[in-house]
Design a protein around this ligand. Structure first.
Ligand SMILES: Cc1cc2nc3c(=O)[nH]c(=O)nc-3n(C[C@H](O)[C@H](O)[C@H](O)COP(=O)(O)O)c2cc1C
Ligand code: SF4
Length: 517
């Protein structure tokens, strides 16, 4: 009799709530029962609130069981789990779970579905089909497709990827590089990690595609050190790809050479800034470089370099395979395609939701997220990481669209959405923004290095109700200086969360401080 396939995620959020123990318990109970099972450690489908989400394949259908604990396993076996038996944990077929099927999974479609370390499974699910197509259509057609798709960088700034790739392709050099930014330092974000843990070959293919398009033979992944599981998975996948001729010289007889080095960061937020990342990759201290020159012209080791976020890169294979028009037909205005929104903070159903741009914050937080975990009203939402504005509940109907967010002095960034309920003290959050900047500043420029420390002091005085109006004016002036005179967005954008608190939550400072909404 064929072994029954059982999927238990090996993904950081699932593992943090006991997925490894569940896997061990399932293996042990199956052995005791004399039942043949094949245990696959897949990635996460993104429904973190249901983890560990275990699946068993019955009649070619994947039946899901949610929030399974090791203590449930004996009970599950007694209920006929291996035949899809009924149990309180049973959610039904995984492809009928609304949280998952109502998404448009353009970039994350293989996450959860495949065995991340099986090259065969990857190939069965269109793996390397885009790279093979690229070899057939040529560099220029790939560059054109990326430009026509309207894809913009998912690392934070939303810069058009097609323009960046074309610049690198058009810059003459013996050596060019692809540097994948996997530093993922923003609060409430985990999409890069989920992709690397759930579809590592997908990232490898994406980087090879970028290299082929621009003429680069070497790629680097700059991975944050806090992601040990992603490091293990990626290392193994790179080794397998190399062993099977998908990395290295003359990939599959195409004449194209490309290899990848995996590099661990050292836990600095500013090393996610592209030029600091390049310094760090070169073995130097992670300090921001002056621009120009742009990395696309003089990047890693002074050579033309594509610097892209993990999700930006991973969006490209389907653009090449399925067509730029299809991607560009999703989204709104100049915000094309989909974004993997990450629901975090005080939220009932946290996880990753990939939807086209244009969906509103309210839809994401209420329909997908189910509101706050505490059941209390939403007070504020921080979108785009620690440099993003705190939005009040009155702005929840803002569509997720780069330009619409700029209009309200906010940013979408990497798509992290952190929810706060009405018990949050926003004056403390404003202080935290300045403190974070003071801690993480690379120190190269004065407005950020000194300004953030002075900012904490001024906010402390406002909180203590010490000469509050004068300190309010001082804080506003300090924010203007930091925004206008900082060398990079670290100091330049820290004023955004601070000003948003002054604008929307002034009441959280001493009573008579400053303006109000
Ligand atoms: C302080 C700071 C931290 C950043 N951290 C990250 C990061 O962790 N990951 C990332 O992809 N981009 C980060 N960025 C943005 C990068 O500088 C750069 O814009 C991005 O890697 C380019 O890739 P993209 O065009 O695909 O977005 C950061 C920027 C700043 C100013
Ligand atoms: S703004 Fe801050 S992080 Fe950026 S270069 Fe200046 S000191 Fe460094």
């Amino acid at each position: 009799m064929a072994a029954t396939l059982v999927y238990v995620p090996r993904e950081t959020s699932a593992v943090s709530v006991g997925a490894d123990e569940v896997a061990i318990a399932i293996a042990r109970h199956a052995k005791e029962a004399g039942a043949g099972i094949e245990l696959v450690r897949n990635g996460s489908w993104g429904a973190s609130w249901l983890e560990p989400l275990v699946e068993v394949v019955v009649d070619d259908q994947r039946i899901a069981y949610g929030n399974v604990t090791a203590a449930d396993v004996a009970d599950l076996f007694a209920a006929g789990f291996l035949e899809g038996g009924d149990h309180a944990r049973r959610l039904g077929p995984v492809d009928e779970i609304p949280y998952l099927i109502d998404q448009d999974r353009w970039t994350f479609w293989r996450c959860g579905l495949v065995d991340p370390l099986s090259l065969d499974d990857f190939r069965t699910h269109k793996g390397f089909a885009a790279l093979e197509k690229a070899f057939a259509i040529g560099h220029d057609a790939v560059l054109e497709a990326v430009a026509a798709s309207g894809l913009r960088g998912r690392g934070g700034a939303g810069f058009p990827t097609g323009i960046k790739w074309r610049t690198v392709a058009d810059t003459e050099s013996e050596q060019k590089y692809v540097a994948c930014n996997a530093d993922e330092g923003d609060s409430g974000t985990f999409s890069d990690r989920m992709l690397m843990e759930g579809d590592p070959f997908g990232l490898i293919e994406s980087m090879a595609l970028a290299g082929f398009a621009v003429g680069a033979s070497k790629g680097y992944i700059y991975l944050r050190s806090e992601y040990p599981l992603a490091h293990t998975v990626l290392s193994r996948a790179i080794e397998t790809a190399r062993h099977n001729g998908w990395l290295g010289n003359d990939i599959q007889g195409s004449g194209f050479d490309f290899d990848i080095d995996l590099h661990l960061g050292a836990g600095s937020y500013v090393c996610g800034e592209e030029t600091a990342m390049l310094e760090s990759l070169e073995g130097k201290k992670g300090i921001v470089r002056y621009k120009p020159p742009l990395p696309a012209i003089e990047g890693l080791f002074g050579k033309p370099t594509v610097v892209n976020n993990v999700v930006t890169l991973a969006s490209v294979p389907n653009i090449v395979r399925l067509g730029a028009e299809r991607y560009a037909s999703l989204g709104v205005g100049r915000s094309k395609g989909t974004l993997a929104f990450q629901l975090a903070g005080n939220i009932k159903r946290g996880g990753l939701v990939e939807k086209p741009f244009g969906i509103t914050l309210r839809e994401l937080i209420e329909d997908w997220g189910g509101g706050t975990a505490s059941g209390r009203p939403v007070k504020a939402v921080q979108v785009g990481g620690p440099l993003g504005a705190y939005l009040p509940a009155s702005q929840l109907d803002t569509p997720m669209d780069y330009e619409a967010f700029i209009q309200i002095d906010a940013m979408i960034g990497h798509g992290g959405i952190v929810v706060f309920d009405d018990t949050a003290d926003m004056a403390q959050q404003a202080r935290f923004a300045m403190e974070f900047c003071a801690l993480e500043s690379c120190g190269k420029c004065t407005p950020c290095r000194i300004g953030s420390t002075r900012g904490v002091e001024v906010i402390d005085k406002m909180i203590a109700n010490d000469d509050r109006d004068a300190n309010y004016d001082l804080l506003v002036e300090l924010c203007d200086t930091m925004e206008g005179a900082s060398l990079c967005a670290m100091g330049g954008m820290t004023p955004y969360p601070v000003r948003s608190v002054l604008k929307h939550f002034a009441g959280d400072f001493a009573p008579a401080a400053g303006g109000s909404e």
